[in-house]
Design a binder for this molecule. Structure first.
Ligand code: PXL
Length: 280
């Protein structure tokens, strides 16, 4: 066991810049778990200390942008960071500092998970931070991974169908992102318009039992279809997905293959997850 931890520094590093969730379902702890599972040494900078358990968020104390920058700069002297993801960015100040870090250093282009609300509906990003994220960070991202409510906030498009997911993805690319993955897990109980599946058959789909993710990679669209995992809205699944995609990119996979591998990793995590608030 000791040799395991002693060899960590020989591994390539994956960086997360995200919030701290003490219950470990989401945020930095979920990212670190994911990076380690993909064979990376995880390094991290914390943007906000949140107070929460598996059921809900009680509050948060946000870091200053300067403190986030001060956490990352020494890591750069160590070298070896091959991939990065960005999660919760609570304030405009933090967004601007994080954007500056990626603009002014040779950090790899990050996967950006635009965390706005917790699944228990607690606001994790101040309103004024959103415009800064769009203007300053999206153009620096390799991929941005909004869920449906986040994609609606970013675009102003009400999303109730696969066609609208595609339109929103194109709109977010027009805002400056190179690639967009819209996660359709929140597209519920609406008719999802039939269109060409990866397998090539046209089919009308009921959004309540099929989850659709739309990837628009510089205009090349891939639609991922999955049977919805019953009852499960795994707290932190968005964090795990974006960390796993970053890890895939760090392993040299294409974006499409990284998303595919990340989705099966998250599905496995969901199958093994505890239900919200569950006690042993
Ligand atoms: O799942 C979104 C999320 C991301 N990051 C942190 C969180 C949450 C949700 O609660 O707490 C730190």
């Amino acid at each position: 066991m000791a040799s395991e931890s002693n060899t960590l520094q020989l591994r390539p590093k994956a960086l997360t810049i995200a919030g701290f969730d003490p219950s470990a379902g989401a945020g930095v702890l979920a990212d670190v778990r994911t990076f380690v599972a993909f064979g990376f040494q995880a390094v991290a900078a914390i943007t906000s200390v949140t107070f929460q358990n598996t059921a809900r968020v009680f509050g948060a104390i946000h870091q200053m942008g300067e403190a986030v920058r001060a956490q990352v700069m020494p890591l750069l002297e160590d070298d070896g960071i091959v991939c990065a993801k960005i999660g919760m960015l609570p304030t405009r100040d933090v967004v601007l500092e994080v954007a500056r870090l990626f603009r002014e250093t040779n950090l790899p282009r990050p996967v950006v998970d635009p965390v706005i609300m917790s699944s228990s509906d607690h606001r994790l990003m101040e309103e004024s931070a959103l415009a800064a994220l769009i203007e300053e960070l999206l153009p620096l991202a390799r991929l941005v991974t909004p869920n449906i409510p986040e994609a609606e906030t970013l675009t102003g498009i009400a999303i109730t169908s696969e066609a609208e997911m595609r339109r929103a993805a194109a709109t977010i690319r027009e805002l400056g992102a190179r690639a967009v993955l819209i996660k359709g897990g929140h597209l519920k109980k609406q008719k999802v318009e039939g269109s060409r599946q990866e397998t090539g058959t046209d089919k009308a789909l009921d959004g309540s039992d099929e989850a659709i993710d739309v990837l628009d990679n510089e205009g090349k669209v891939t639609v991922f279809r999955e049977r919805r995992v019953s009852g499960a809205e795994l707290h932190g699944s968005g964090c795990i997905l974006s960390a796993a995609i970053a890890a895939g990119l760090g392993q040299g996979k294409t974006l499409e293959d990284s998303v595919r591998a990340a989705k099966s990793f998250v599905l496995e995590a969901m199958r093994n997850s505890l239900r919200e608030g569950q006690k042993f």
